[in-house]
Design a protein around this ligand. Structure first.
Ligand code: HEM
Length: 559
């Protein structure tokens, strides 16, 4: 009986085998006792010698023998395959533990937070990931702000996280962000509701009708902005572009043009977003509280617009959708997107405010960094001017206005935009939380853990991009396949939550670059990129702008 004495296993197995055997014997005991034939065997010893008692004895003997014949192979199997369910479980959990990516959880409570932040502030924010990648592999574990987290620097793992089949991953934002956005925000919701809203917004932002209209609006805003720059002795690109992109965004979302309403909206919005990254304490006077109050005021302004539009839509139900308010109103009126808790018009106002967030910071950062990279790379700038001047000449000759597809056809300009987005890493990765254990490429992401799909690590990986710290727009001609379907290039995320503003963003940057390089020249003062907590220029990128009447492409010496 003690043959398998070793370990947690042996004794336990035999013990548990006997436990089961005991239940089997009990079972037969009940069969004998309560069978319809009412066996008398166990009633009194005298019955043993009566004919019927004798028969009972044989029947009982037969049953015990049958049970033995059935049980023996089972017992044999249990002993030779010396495993129990508990042991299976234990083994499975050991196996799972072994699959959790390697890494260090750092100090109690703070984990590796301080190193993570210090690297973020440095000129190489990716150094935190690079060091751990070399120690533990492309996917590793760490602990940031008391949260165990798995960081993936692997493009294929990131792809699976982004695709999120089965809705296993939900967005995981800092508490201040979830407080400000609310639990039903487009950026936090998951599943069918998110998909529907995402499809609706994407379809609108990609529609040819909107693109053509937005091309005119963006051109007008850019022209006005650049004209004002040439009047200023020094332009802080980051601030000035922000004003312009906010105006464009608000026009796109709710057709508000520059004026008093826009100014109030801008002030409230700035107050609101200050709280996105703050200590999540909510009582009068705290940052979070002030931001929540600003959000209430912001929603009221938007609500007014939505209510007026509702009246107009009822009067002219077949007019085309001109902005995001129109799109959401039509959908809600058709019984589509909305949540059960809020009034449909409140729902729309909330969504419009939420949509301002992803576009507000990202667009101006992309444009500012494009100016920075071009200022530092005169050869790339000269090529950009050449391509854009060529199109300007063609347009002047034909007398036709520019269309969305004209801007998209500028291949080197698109290379400059892609290279800017690769190096800028405006959204350096996305944070998700696993709702159940997930295995990807042999790595286990346990339920409840956060995973950071790090885009910056992939974008700056020298195995993927040769000389990754060099601004090289020509690399996009050498890379096979388009940038849009490349899993190693994800500035706009991917899968279920791929940025619906992708095409519009590229259009806006293209128009800005076209007008800037064909009508102006500039000299930039020295400045540095800061990557933490968000990407920006340390001195807001000061430049001096001069209007130029270009008739031919510039040479490198011009800059
Ligand atoms: C260069 C500019 C931009 C960049 C780099 C960018 C990047 C991103 C990224 C990485 C995501 C995915 C977030 C995630 O997976 O959790 C995202 C989502 C989103 N973006 Fe953008 N974005 C840009 C511009 C815009 C603009 C202009 C708009 C609006 C017009 C916009 C609207 C959105 C929305 C609504 C989402 C959420 C989609 C969803 O969760 O279903 N973005 N963006």
């Amino acid at each position: 009986m003690y043959i398998v004495r070793d370990g947690k296993s042996g004794f336990y197995i035999i013990n548990s085998s006997f436990h089961v055997l005991w239940h089997v014997i009990n079972f037969f005991w009940y069969v004998f006792k309560y069978s319809p034939a009412n066996l008398s065997l166990f009633r009194s010893p005298e019955n043993l010698y009566s004919p019927s008692g004798f028969m009972d004895y044989w029947i009982a003997g037969f049953l015990v023998l049958t049970a033995g014949v059935l049980l023996l192979p089972w017992l044999w199997f249990r002993l030779t395959n010396s495993k129990t369910r508990d042991e299976d479980k234990q083994e499975e959990s050991e196996k799972k533990k072994g699959m959790i990516p390697k890494g260090s959880l750092g100090w109690p409570v703070i984990g590796e937070t301080l190193t993570f932040i210090a690297c973020g502030y440095s000129s190489r924010p990716v150094s935190f990931m690079d060091k751990r990648k070399s120690l533990y592999g492309k996917v590793f574990k760490t602990n940031i702000i008391g949260t165990p987290i798995i960081i993936s620097t692997d493009a294929e793992v990131n792809k699976v996280v982004l695709q999120n089949h089965g809705n296993t991953f939900v967005p995981a934002y800092p508490k201040s962000i979830t407080e400000l956005l609310g639990e039903n925000s487009i950026l936090s919701i998951n599943g069918a509701h998110q998909k529907r809203l995402h499809t609706l917004i994407s379809a609108f932002l990609r529609s040819p009708h909107l693109k053509e209209r937005m091309t005119r609006d963006i051109e007008a805003s850019v022209a006005l902005t650049l004209a004002s720059w040439s009047q200023l002795p020094l332009v802080h690109v980051q601030d000035e572009i922000k004003k312009m992109t906010f105006e464009i965004l608000v026009k796109l979302l709710m057709s508000i043009s520059p004026g008093e309403d826009l100014n109030i909206l801008k002030l409230e919005f700035q107050e609101f977003i200050k709280g996105l990254i703050c200590i999540p304490i909510k009582f009068p006077g705290t940052r979070l509280y002030k931001s929540l109050k600003a959000k209430e005021r912001l929603i009221k302004i938007v609500q007014k617009v939505v209510e007026e539009r509702q009246v107009a839509t009822t009067e002219m139900p077949n007019s085309p959708a001109n902005d995001a308010v129109d799109v959401l109103l039509r959908d809600v009126n058709d019984g589509g997107c909305s949540d059960k808790q809020s009034h449909p018009l409140d729902f729309i106002s909330g969504k419009i405010v939420e949509m301002m967030i992803p576009g507000e910071e990202t667009m101006p950062t992309a444009m500012t960094l494009a100016v920075k990279f071009l200022s530092d790379n005169p050869v790339a700038l000269a090529k950009l001017v050449e391509e854009n001047m060529e199109m300007k000449r063609r347009k002047l000759e034909s007398g036709k206005e520019y269309g969305w597809s004209d801007y998209m056809s500028l291949s080197f300009t698109q290379n400059v935009i892609n290279e800017t987005l690769r190096m800028a890493n405006i959204i350096n990765g996305v944070w998700r939380k696993a709702l159940k254990d997930v295995e990807i490429k042999g790595y286990l992401i346990p339920r409840g853990w956060c995973v950071l799909a790090s885009f910056i690590s992939v974008h700056m990986d020298e195995d993927i991009y040769e000389n990754p710290y060099q601004f090289d727009p020509w690399r996009w001609d050498r890379i096979n396949g388009t940038a849009n379907s490349n899993i190693c290039f994800t500035p706009f995320g991917g899968g279920q939550r791929l940025c619906p503003g992708l095409e519009l963003s590229k259009l806006e940057i293209s128009i800005f670059l076209h007008q800037l390089v064909t009508r102006f020249s500039w000299t930039a003062e020295k400045d540095e990129i800061v990557s933490f907590p968000t990407v920006k220029m340390k001195r807001r990128l000061p430049i001096r702008v001069t209007p130029v009447e270009r008739t031919s492409p510039i040479s490198v010496e011009d800059h």
